[in-house]
Write a protein that binds this ligand. Sequence first.
Ligand SMILES: Nc1nc2c(c(=O)[nH]1)N[C@H]1C(S)=C(S)[C@@H](COP(=O)(O)O)O[C@H]1N2
Ligand SMILES: [Mo]
Length: 322
Amino acid sequence: MRISRHKPEDCACIRPSEITAEATYLNRRDVLKAAVATGLITSASGSIQAANSQSLVTVKNPSFSVSDKPNAYDEITNYNNFYEFGTSKEDPAQHSGAFKPKPWSVKIGGECEVKGSFTLEDILKPHSLEERIYRFRCVEAWSMVIPWVGFPLKDLLGRFKPTSKAKYVAFKTIMRPSEMPGQRFHTLDWPYVEGLRMDEATHPLSLMAVGLYGKTLPNQNGAPLRLVVPWKYGFKNIKSIVEINFVEKQPPSSWNIANPDEYGFYSNVNPTVDHPRWSQARERRIGASAGLFNARQETLMFNGYEAQVASLYKDMDLRRNF
Ligand SMILES: Nc1nc2c(c(=O)[nH]1)N[C@H]1C(S)=C(S)[C@@H](COP(=O)(O)O)O[C@H]1N2
Ligand SMILES: [Mo]
């Protein structure tokens, strides 16, 4: 069995670069852009990479947004888990510059009537984009608040007319070791895969995200298309999706394959069920004034989305189905 690299977050130290506000970031971006244009520096850093994002037309959806203060753009794009680009939080911003999220297509198959390969443009065409501010909780006991841009996953899945045999949806990340240096090492079984039960996938909170902070997704956050399921630990939120299959049986998921004792299929945020190596009762909000007291807040059942999603699991033993 492979040893999981996920580690609990018990360090209160935040680097100054992690607490830059969005406004400051935008300023610095302009400065950096100008520097690149004049040939003063080369565009290799994560911030430049994020600056390549394009603006999106979005409508805010307050009824699907939390009132917590969103994390700064710099925090969301410089503290990532994306093992295809390396195993540390800084790797994805630093090593995803060569990744090309365009052109892109997604293969749809399995238990559905409409199958085939669809370009990103085909995928996006009928949908209008919403901004939804969601809480995001990693299994490592840190959290953020992220203004995602996307559309309901349910609307996308419905277009492919799943049959009555479709009980689950399976997702796959792109395999491209030439642009994803982490895939040259066996840190996980590539390609990364994840799955949801059909009723989870079609829940109104499940979002197909294409952007954040009103701009297309930076590579490190899963460009051009990634899942956002806010009541589940971060690792269920699969990035850079190239394949969606409707299936009858529970599909495999990468972290469960890597370490089945620590990561179950359901992976619901659940403060009452500890990870075998650490507690899930509290979390560190990235960017919260940590400093002296290692400030932590209580983790809420289903990451605070209990009222909306608890009914999906009402007859299940969540200790067994973790
Ligand atoms: N393909 C792929 N998707 C992935 C991961 C990954 O390593 N590869 N990491 C997961 C984990 S552990 C987390 S916490 C979130 C992080 O998303 P973010 O970097 O946008 O905050 O992405 C998830 N999706
Ligand atoms: Mo995670």
